[in-house]
Ligand binder design. Structure first.
Ligand code: HDL
Ligand code: ZN
Length: 439
């Protein structure tokens, strides 16, 4: 075996991570078929369109809205005034205050610069007009190909919230018109667990014979609802975001929690098992702590890993993707994954998705789980973000792997190039694709 020298090892790891195509397991991206609100010559404008791309969407990403309100407080710019501004005006306000009058050192700000640079924009031209002029010429579908190629993302996994009226109407109208081989659907069902009684009211309005009593009929009809939407979306897994307070089993007296537990036990997990689908739980999101910030108004909180353990133990035939929003939960989640093969920790989610924490979390996961986890997802909401979210994460994953392989070599192990390629392929692609399939 021709062992890799330390210098060769470092460069080969960097090359392998840079070249490995990625299957991005969680985004909020959509193909052009879902409509685009971005003005361009190639597609009819759809103000409620769901494919977000381009400069103004990049700059008005909800992470940046939260950050600009730290610089220009609501006492200076009232929220309702900001929300009445056009996207262009909001983008200009954010560019001026977070990029020109303050240095764009935050991860979300730096991401915009990385994206623009990699897309070929000369960032010394701070006017933005040239870039916007370029953008107007883009064809949205070809732009999807261009961004996926630049980010080396081979497949984009969507988030398709069934309780979102705009999106649901599009699926009910013509599901086949929405299909795009570059995008895979995920049935997102937050309300079923966060507020089952309200969800049942909606299902009743959609002609499912359900009631708030969670009777056999209600359970059976709720299962029919899930089956119909899994089929309609051709969903590759089901997903939910849960508050830090979520507990399994439900806490006595917590009626919403008890109804949610019934949904899990009798509806969601049996249907997932029937279809052989995994269930993704994103735990710790406390929504709208500042309602005036809208999507930017959510925050996180420490959740309960034992609830994840209880679920994995109670449903050994089900598979669970889990990511958590609190730093305090990360180590315990990795330890829990050592106990349950049907638990797959994934990503550095939302407020965890910053270089210092990606490095810390990826290192502890490698040290506890070897290569049997999914280090990252992009969570991109604007197509162009794939470029920076993966560029930044690849750099950190490279650094962490280089250190681990260096330590392995120092211990006496002669690692092969093909083994490094195998490991990186597992981390960036195959662990996700393999876990999607029943063992
Ligand atoms: O619930 C989720 O999927 C979260 O990712 C939220 O969409 C959140 O607003 C977000 O965009 N995080 O990156
Ligand atoms: Zn998300």
């Amino acid at each position: 075996m021709n062992a890799l020298s330390p210098a060769d090892l470092e460069s080969f790891v960097a090359k392998t991570v840079a070249e490995q195509s990625i299957v991005d397991m969680h985004t909020h991206l959509y193909p052009p078929a879902f409509g685009t609100p971005v003005a361009n010559g190639a597609q009819a404008l759809d103000p409620a369109g769901m494919m977000l791309w381009g400069m103004d969407e990049l700059l008005t990403y909800h992470y940046l809205v939260a950050e600009v309100y730290r610089v220009v407080p609501a006492t200076v710019l009232p929220y309702e005034k900001f929300w009445k501004m056009s996207k262009r005006q909001q983008a200009d306000h954010i560019w001026k205050n977070l990029f020109i009058e303050n240095s764009p050192v935050s991860e979300a700000c730096r991401g915009v610069i990385t994206t623009l640079s990699k897309l070929g924009m000369d960032c010394s031209d701070r006017s933005l007009n040239n870039w916007r002029a370029e953008e107007a010429k883009q064809n949205p579908s070809r732009y999807v190909d261009r961004v996926m190629e630049l980010a080396k993302v081979e497949s984009i996994t969507m988030t398709n919230p069934v309780f979102d009226d705009n999106e649901r109407a599009r699926w009910l109208n013509n599901p086949d018109a929405l299909r795009d081989p570059r995008f895979k659907a995920v049935l997102r069902i937050d309300l079923l667990l966060r507020d089952a009684p309200t969800a049942m009211t909606k299902l009743a309005a959609w002609d499912y014979s359900v009631a708030g009593d969670l009777s056999e009929t209600t359970i059976s009809e709720a299962r029919r609802f899930l089956r119909e939407w899994i089929d309609r979306q051709q969903a590759i897994y089901l997903a939910v975001s849960l508050p830090p307070e979520w507990r399994y089993p439900a806490v006595p007296g917590d009626t919403i929690g008890a109804a949610g537990q019934t949904m899990l036990d009798d509806v969601i997990l049996p249907v997932c098992a029937e279809y052989g689908l995994a269930f993704a739980m994103m735990i710790g999101a406390r929504t709208r702590v500042n309602r005036d910030l809208r999507d930017a108004g959510d925050m996180g909180g420490q959740a309960d890993v034992m609830s994840v353990v209880n679920l994995c133990r109670a449903f050994p035939q089900n598979r669970f993707f889990v990511t958590m929003l609190a730093l305090e939960n990360q180590h315990e989640l990795a330890v829990a994954a050592r106990k349950f093969g049907n638990l797959m920790p994934f990503g550095c989610w939302w407020f965890m998705n910053i270089p210092s924490l990606i490095e810390e979390i990826t290192t502890l996961r490698l040290e506890l789980l070897g290569t049997s986890f999914i280090p990252q997802h992009s969570d991109a909401r604007v197509l162009d973000q794939l470029v920076y979210k993966w560029s930044h994460s690849r750099a950190i994953i490279t650094t962490v792997l280089q250190k681990k392989y260096r330590e392995l070599a120092a211990a006496g192990w002669k690692i092969e190039r093909s083994e490094i390629q195998r490991d990186v392929r597992l981390l960036l692609r195959d662990n996700f694709l393999n876990f999607l399939q029943p063992a």
